[in-house]
Design a protein around this ligand. Structure first.
Ligand SMILES: Nc1nc2c(c(=O)[nH]1)N[C@H]1C(S)=C(S)[C@@H](COP(=O)(O)OP(=O)(O)OC[C@H]3O[C@@H](n4cnc5c(=O)[nH]c(N)nc54)[C@H](O)[C@@H]3O)O[C@H]1N2
Ligand SMILES: Nc1nc2c(c(=O)[nH]1)N[C@H]1C(S)=C(S)[C@@H](COP(=O)(O)OP(=O)(O)OC[C@H]3O[C@@H](n4cnc5c(=O)[nH]c(N)nc54)[C@H](O)[C@@H]3O)O[C@H]1N2
Ligand SMILES: [Mo]
Length: 684
């Protein structure tokens, strides 16, 4: 209690952003009387450096937004209508447990599908007690591969893993390729490191079909045709082999399949593939030579290459480049992608997820196919109950119309746990209130760097909201379960994860994180994972030729196989003021992106008779939306761009760009080719 007449003291509490983003920023929340007054980037966090982003600068508006769900809600209107009435937690939990038990009794527990993604990205709130509960019940499992899995699987075919070097080592690089990633928009806190490298003499090249903000800020932008990156990489290898730029010593010692690769790249002379790639042969020649002769050289891809039907092959192929040039030898050389695998290898994940209590052999459903599976009456057993948390599949999964048809099913019992009545929640039988990141405890392993943060709760849960772990403890209780591992406390799960004994966690204790907020994994200062080989592939070497791929009936060699279609190729990228579908219903953010729009090249606009500002019809094989037309020189002819997020379309319908995408599977890795969508555009 403060002295009378003095302002009550503000407490400053360290935490970390829980959004699905590579940056996982450290933040400091100023709290008075249980109310958050301020939230700023942690100035002591080396990656955050005291700044947040266009979204999280206004995070407290999200926390205190009038539309936040603060009590359990039960549906009273039709599915999709979004009419609910307030009920007690007891009523909601009792009914949900009874419905689940009845469904499991009648159809088997596999008729229950838990569906979650990285809406809250952290160790225990993202996945812990939920996995134990649903796993032990024998519910259907979910294959989560719309983000990162394809890239990892593709890279692993060449390198054995989906992770590369410590991204912070980029400051040592002299030639940086930001390959299918829009750093300034999606990975903002990485940009100062790119700039630092540049100040030390590095050249920055962006490979992206769209002239993004990042492309504009680079030394060179290669506006490639979408999906032709593997072809470009093979042409680069052609030049590298032809001009004697191969690090033979490295390749001989640490790679297999070099001769077969040389044979393969013969057909990929820059002049032969220039059209397919959409770049001039001389530009490819110059790029290849600069890349191979400037060391350390670093490739930095994130998601852009993965959301294609040939997504895994794109990653598998570009991962061959630093092997041929021996870039892995150098500090700051090689490839830097997600650090997810490094963080999770250090933590004791089995202690958190407890796979030992899961029912073996349960059905696995791919999140990409949610619409198809919900609509499939022949599925045995059919999905009768859906529990969505930390995800908004009505907006984010391909073929939105099919997802909505599935959610509309009268005999489907749907529960959604979220902070807001999302487009998915509008179809729920129960909407359960979730805490925001400043209301719960979590450990935050980042996928864009090697810092680990402890997110301390700064304020009590608002209203009757519950964090994910507490929700699953209560659901377990309502289901009549008593096993102690379904009721583990949040801090004990974090402590257990930190107690792995992994050398990179040496000295990183719960108490230290509680005081400092974050710690850097204890990777060696000059960590070069593959400087002397040691690739965790079957052969123990980098696999330029892959026997495991051949055994799966796939091309054992890198290949340029650009998916094609008729019409305009639609890229639907991340938006500056949204976090995937998040923030799009908040006016401040929405007004900055406006109504659904489409950018297209002047030539394509002319032949279709559409002009800037006009409302146009955009359709594909699976759906149609209305969008505001924006003639733009950011895209090349044949390519169009639309923002991804939960915008209403220009006709006022709650349709996102995923009304146009189809559930096209990737070559391997189980993902989907969001960006291999072909559309036509016409005046309304
Ligand atoms: N502001 C903001 N930040 C975010 C997010 C957000 O929604 N908003 N989402 C977060 C999430 S979940 C993720 S996974 C990351 C993703 O981060 P990024 O990978 O940077 O984001 P994307 O927009 O998916 O794709 C990056 C770029 O790939 C390009 N691209 C598409 N197809 C191709 C291709 O065939 N070849 C090449 N070379 N480029 C191609 C696109 O034009 C786009 O500019 O961002 C995270 N950060
Ligand atoms: N067309 C197109 N589609 C895409 C992409 C694209 O580039 N183009 N990108 C893809 C990518 S990379 C990704 S990662 C996916 C994202 O797909 P999703 O994960 O489905 O999307 P989000 O919008 O991030 O949804 C997260 C939800 O979690 C909620 N949430 C936040 N914190 C909590 C919490 O503590 N508890 C609970 N229960 N809920 C919480 C948020 O309010 C939000 O509604 O979309 C994919 N879809
Ligand atoms: Mo993602």
């Amino acid at each position: 209690m403060a002295e009378p007449g003095l302002a009550p003291e503000i407490a400053h509490i360290r935490g970390a952003c829980g959004h699905d983003c590579p940056d996982t920023c450290g933040w400091v929340v100023g709290v008075r009387d249980g109310v958050a007054q301020s939230l700023v980037g942690d100035p002591t966090h080396p990656f955050t450096r005291g700044t947040l982003c266009a979204k999280v600068n206004h995070y407290l508006e999200r926390v205190y937004h009038p539309d936040r769900v603060l009590h359990p809600l039960k549906r009273v209107g039709a599915k999709g209508e979004g009419r609910f009435t307030r009920v007690t937690w007891n009523e909601a939990l009792t009914d949900i447990a009874a419905r689940w038990l009845a469904i499991a009794d009648r159809h088997g527990a596999e008729a229950i599908l838990p569906y979650s993604s990285a809406g809250v990205q952290g160790l225990i709130q993202q996945a812990s007690l939920d996995m134990r509960l649903f796993g032990s019940m024998g519910c259907s499992a979910l294959d989560r591969n719309i983000c990162g899995a394809v890239a990892s699987a593709g890279m692993a075919a060449t390198l054995g893993v989906g992770s590369g070097i410590d991204p912070e080592a980029i400051v040592h690089s002299r030639f940086i390729v930001l390959w299918g990633t829009n750093t300034i928009v999606t990975n903002l806190h990485y940009w100062p490191l790119v700039r630092a490298a540049r100040e030390r003499g590095a050249t920055v090249v962006v490979v992206d079909p769209v002239r993004t903000r990042t492309a504009e800020a680079a030394d060179c932008h290669l506006a490639i045709r979408p999906g032709s990156d593997a072809t470009l990489a093979l042409a680069m290898m052609h030049v590298i082999v032809r001009d004697g730029l191969v690090d033979h010593d490295y390749v001989t010692q640490h790679a297999v399949g070099y001769d077969a690769l040389v044979e393969r790249v013969r057909d990929y002379a820059p002049a032969a593939v220039a059209d397919a790639v959409g770049l001039a042969a001389e530009a490819i020649e110059r790029f290849a030579r600069a890349y191979a002769t400037t060391q350390p050289s670093l490739l930095r891809p994130l998601i852009g290459l993965e959301h294609h039907r040939n997504g895994a092959m794109q990653f598998r192929t570009i991962a061959c480049l630093p092997v041929l040039t021996g870039a892995w030898r150098h500090r700051g050389g090689g490839l830097a992608r997600s650090t997810h695998a490094l963080q999770f290898a250090a933590l004791d994940m089995d202690a958190v997820l407890r796979p030992d209590v899961w029912t073996p052999g349960v059905r696995v459903l791919n999140m990409r196919d949610l619409g198809r599976d919900l609509c499939d009456t022949a599925l045995a057993p059919p999905v009768q109950a859906l529990m969505v948390y930390g995800a908004n599949p009505a907006v984010t999964i391909p073929n939105q119309n099919r997802v909505l048809d599935g959610l509309r099913r009268d005999d489907l019992f749907t529960v959604v746990h979220d902070l807001f009545v999302t487009d998915t929640a509008r179809f729920a039988d129960y909407v359960l209130p979730a805490t925001s990141q400043i209301e719960h405890l979590d450990l935050s392993p980042a996928w864009g760097h090697l810092y680990l943060a402890l997110n301390r709760p700064a304020i009590p849960p608002r209203g009757e909201s519950l964090c994910n772990t507490e929700l699953f403890r209560r659901l377990a209780h309502a289901l009549g379960r008593t096993e102690p591992w379904l009721f583990d406390r949040d801090d004990s799960m974090v402590r257990a994860a930190l107690a792995s004994g992994h050398p990179w966690l040496a000295g990183i204790t719960y108490d230290r994180l509680w005081n400092d907020g974050f710690a850097r994994l204890q990777a060696p200062a000059d960590w070069r994972p593959f400087a002397t080989g040691g690739f965790p592939t079957r052969s123990g070497k980098a696999e330029l030729y892959s026997e495991p791929l051949r055994e799966q009936g796939l091309d054992p060699l890198p290949a340029g196989n650009r998916p094609t279609g008729t019409g305009l190729q639609l890229i639907s990228g991340k938006a500056l003021h949204f976090l995937n579908s998040g923030y799009s219903h908040i006016e401040r953010h929405r007004s900055r992106n406006g109504t659904l729009y489409i950018e297209l090249h002047a030539d394509d606009a002319r032949t279709r008779g559409v002009v800037t500002g006009a409302v146009v019809r955009v359709w594909s094989d699976v759906g149609e939306v209305q969008a505001v037309c924006q003639v733009s020189d950011r895209v090349r002819p044949g390519v169009v761009w639309m923002p991804f997020g939960g915008l209403t379309d220009a006709g006022g319908a709650a349709r996102s760009v995923n009304a146009l995408t189809a559930e096209a599977p990737t070559d391997w890795g189980g993902g989907t080719g969001y960006y291999d969508t072909f559309v036509e555009v016409a005046p309304v």
